[in-house]
Ligand binder design. Sequence first.
Ligand SMILES: Cc1cc2nc3c(=O)[nH]c(=O)nc-3n(C[C@H](O)[C@H](O)[C@H](O)COP(=O)(O)OP(=O)(O)OC[C@H]3O[C@@H](n4cnc5c(N)ncnc54)[C@H](O)[C@@H]3O)c2cc1C
Ligand code: SF4
Ligand code: SF4
Length: 396
Amino acid sequence: MTMTDTAPAAASRWTAQWRELYNEVINTGLCTGCAGCVVTCPHDVIGYEHVEGKYKPFHLEEELGLDNCVHGFGEGGGCTTCTRACPRFRQWEPEADNHLFGRVRNPDEMAGIWRQLLLTRAADPEQHEKGQDGGFVTAMLAWLLDNNYIEGALVSGVEDDDAWKAKPQLVRTKEEVIATAGSRYTYCANPLALRDAKEAGLSKLALVGMGCQTSSPPVMWDRKAGKVSKPFLFNIGLLCSKTFDDAIFPELFEAKYGLKKQDMVKMNIKGVFQIWMKDGSYHEIDLKECHQWTRTGCKHCPDFAAEHADISTGGIGKDNDWTLTIVRTPLGEEVINRMIKDGVIIARPAQEDEVAMKLLRTLSIVSRRRWPEWADGAPSVGVPPPKKKADAAPAH
Ligand SMILES: Cc1cc2nc3c(=O)[nH]c(=O)nc-3n(C[C@H](O)[C@H](O)[C@H](O)COP(=O)(O)OP(=O)(O)OC[C@H]3O[C@@H](n4cnc5c(N)ncnc54)[C@H](O)[C@@H]3O)c2cc1C
Ligand code: SF4
Ligand code: SF4
């Protein structure tokens, strides 16, 4: 063996299990409720309630204690799958960065690492109309299905009796993709739809989700979570400042403004909360009024730009009907180039929209400032100190 100045890093074994996850992430407020640990647990002992005020994993074998999972112990080491899947556990940001990009983000890369910044829209009028912004995500899922990249996608549908109550859903056809287009601003743990995909025997999936969800597959790949991480082939991120509790509908929109949930046809956030009603009326609500309904799991989240997706998408900028599209990985670039060539989307450089570029940076900084000092330092690297009132920046 040749001696060098730099000794190889000592190999260390991943031993962290449910106890560490509970004490370092769930019980400290870092948990976003993404459900990554829930869907990957090979022993099915992590519960999750997809309802207001919950959105948090818990140990099903209560008699053993909140942080005690018997599968985490054992001869030669126990089960460690939950910590391997958690995108808020310890050094999650550099691990996912290194796995996807071969390096960690530079201190100035507030919105993460990217290859192309575009504004896109679906060429198909129905996809464009049904989509939240440019309908790009809908067009991409349809294209991925058509071209056999995926067999299904984990997205957000809505309950049969409530068009604004989001629920995780597996989609397998272009019709289902169109039916689940648009944004709901309450939380939806899309990874939970993995169970339906497994039951259906699908192994090639896209995950659509906010950054808290799309960082999970890359950390799993990096931490060698094994076969649970294999079905996630394509990761589509949604830019996100926060989600709201479902109670915002009755307690603010209806109680103060008389806007009933069942009469709403569309909502968006562009500096203000925008609501369109069935009777054709349009309403704007100051975001400051909405803050008290911010979902607890979002309060420490540092990732506005969904930094670990293949492609991340948002609606910031001058226009309402284009999707800001951040192409991050070689796979994302391959797909977007083929979609442009096939004529299924229209694309132009995002740098043309200076407002969008500025907001992308500002909102990424605002989110990073929420990451607590006592947690792993990586998400805070390079974050400039707040200027006066910087935290009051708009959500879009
Ligand atoms: C909770 C939330 C907050 C967001 N905040 C911002 C923001 O602050 N700034 C910004 O620029 N963009 C934000 N976005 C992204 C933006 O609203 C659009 O989703 C994005 O621009 C893609 O637009 P599109 O027309 O291409 O998507 P579409 O073609 O309409 O597809 C949207 C996809 O998102 C899925 N989806 C809808 N609601 C949810 C949900 N609650 N959870 C998980 N998946 C969902 C749908 O099932 C669909 O697959 C947010 C999105 C969500 C869901
Ligand atoms: S952040 Fe996600 S993976 Fe981590 S503990 Fe919470 S629900 Fe589980
Ligand atoms: S702010 Fe958005 S990305 Fe962050 S935890 Fe909340 S829903 Fe997830």
